[in-house]
Write a protein that binds this ligand. Structure first.
Ligand code: ADP
Ligand code: G6P
Length: 474
């Protein structure tokens, strides 16, 4: 067996930053994985001597992958049963809905829990093999909540961090989980447990006190002879990179062409989501459709571009959602569109970063209205891309981003009238108002970018600071 190369920094996430997807001709092609976790970590780790332990998106034997931008890929294989019971089951049909306010009903099956433990153990073992003695391991997200505890049992020499990218729910919801104590104990295997928001750290401390009867504050928890620190570390984006991309002449030209292709409307509204029931897509479509019906918005004047990238496509709730959204888009276009002038431009394709930046540049109003979202990086990307300080961000109060971007036009997406009012306000805002708001948001994001996030998290995890300077100086 070849000798396993070890790293002083290991990131462990269910997904690797590249994904094994099928090209239209059926051939295998590698492309950037979907979602905010990869968007946040990929630019951060680029050219850092680190290993990323994760799943490559298929079933069957683990493919041997080349390094990606200098980061070593260490693949964990999932069998078809693991995929069904761990990824689609416990992670995305139990935890995901429960952690997002149970906007869809969480499902509970004992077989899923067994798979969750088994797959977490496999990730812990793979990590134990590749982490250097005394190294730092950073475990990510809800798919792997047992890994910190399992890894500590295998490798007590490691410094272990855990970060949850999604919301951590209030006790009333978390208490529904049949295996709540094991999940909490698993997370407490870490030296530092990080959340997006202060409220989440508070929920966690309350639960640890109630379920495990451990001494806990919103900052520290005592377990065995250790102290586990907890805290809020709102994740961000590579602000400068997005701004530079949006400022490129070819991206500006692409944006100009896009606007022409859209029929040179007076105003463009854009939404970019993974197709997920937490994103509030249906509520937004309903609000838009009512504005069209009342004549507040006219098709020739205004267009809505809805990018909805299919996600978790074998999970029942996602299939139902896609059918409902596509029916509604069809209905709205049928009712309000004209030949060559659809009311909604609906796109389900993946876009490369430059195309996304061009879309952001074209959008006079960006509508980001999730029912619940850990953070929402799309909102931050839009702000970063508005290099001329124009554009209005319509933002849900229930996105983690709202705690930082308070100058956005904030709305409650559950309140249809409020949503319509918010859209109207964003569409009719004066340039002076939008510029003042955008400037403040951009200044915030330039300071609170992905490197600042990593610095604050790793400083808290890695007390001697050696890792921090290596990671964030690039
Ligand atoms: P989530 O993590 O729930 O998917 P976020 O808004 O935090 O939500 O992150 C989504 C990420 O996926 C962003 O970086 C966004 O640019 C990217 N993304 C969304 N839709 C597409 C698409 N169609 N093509 C390429 N990237 C996309
Ligand atoms: C969210 C989760 C990530 C996940 C991403 C995409 O951002 O927090 O952990 O990777 O969605 O979802 P997927 O199921 O495709 O990995």
């Amino acid at each position: 067996m070849p000798e396993m190369r070890q790293s002083s920094l290991v990131v462990v996430a269910n997904r690797l930053p590249i994904d094994d997807s099928q090209a239209p001709d059926g051939a295998c092609e590698w492309r950037r994985s979907p979602g905010g976790l990869v968007s946040a970590l990929h630019p951060l780790l680029r050219h850092t001597p680190a290993t990323w332990v994760g799943w490559a998106g298929g079933t069957g034997p683990a493919p041997a992958l080349p390094d990606v931008d200098g980061v070593r890929m260490h693949t964990v294989a999932l069998s078809p049963e693991d995929l069904r019971d761990h990824y689609e089951g416990f992670a995305n049909a139990t935890l995901w809905p429960l952690y997002h306010d149970a906007v869809e009903q969480p499902q509970h099956h004992r077989r899923w829990w067994e798979a969750y433990q088994r797959v977490n153990q496999r990730f812990a073992e793979a990590t134990a093999e590749v982490a250097e003695p005394g190294g730092v391991v950073w475990v990510q997200d809800y798919h792997l909540q047992l890994v910190p505890g399992q890894l500590r049992a295998l490798r007590p020499d490691l410094r272990i961090g855990f970060f949850l990218h999604v919301p951590f729910p209030p006790p009333e919801l978390f208490m529904q989980l049949p295996r709540r104590a094991e999940l909490l104990r698993g997370m407490l295997g870490a030296d530092l447990v990080g959340f997006q928001r202060v409220q989440a750290a508070h929920n966690f401390a309350q639960l640890v006190t109630r379920v495990l009867e451990l001494p806990a504050t919103d900052r520290r928890i005592g377990i065995d002879d250790r102290v586990v620190r907890i805290g809020a570390f709102p994740v961000s984006i590579d602000t400068a990179e997005m701004a530079a991309l949006a400022d490129r002449p070819d991206v500006a030209a692409r944006a100009h062409r896009l606007r022409q292709d859209l029929g040179d409307p007076r105003q463009v509204i854009l939404s970019v989501d993974r197709m997920d029931y937490t994103k509030g897509i249906e509520q937004r479509l309903k609000a838009y459709s009512e504005l069209l019906a009342s004549g507040d918005v006219k098709v020739r004047d205004t267009v809505l571009v809805q990018v909805a990238m299919p996600s978790r496509e074998r999970v029942g709730q996602y299939q139902i959602l896609r059918e409902r959204i596509e029916r509604e888009v069809g209905r709205i276009n049928g009712e309000f569109g004209r030949v060559g002038e659809p009311a909604i431009h609906y796109l389900t394709q993946p876009f490369d970063r430059a195309e996304l930046a061009a879309l952001y540049r074209v959008a006079d109003v960006m509508a980001v209205t999730p029912l619940r979202d850990g953070m929402n990086l799309v909102a931050k990307e839009y702000v970063a891309a508005r290099v001329d300080d124009t554009g209005a961000l319509l933002l849900s109060e229930f996105a983690g981003t709202a705690a930082e971007l308070s100058q956005a036009y904030l709305v409650n997406p559950h309140d249809l009238e409020g949503l319509k009012q918010g859209l109207r306000a964003a569409l009719r805002a004066s340039p002076a108002d939008t510029t003042q708001r955008m400037r403040a948001m951009r200044a915030h994001l330039h300071q609170h970018d992905i490197r600042a996030w990593a610095r604050s998290y790793l400083r808290a995890l890695d007390e001697d600071g050696a890792l921090v300077s290596r990671l964030t100086s690039t």
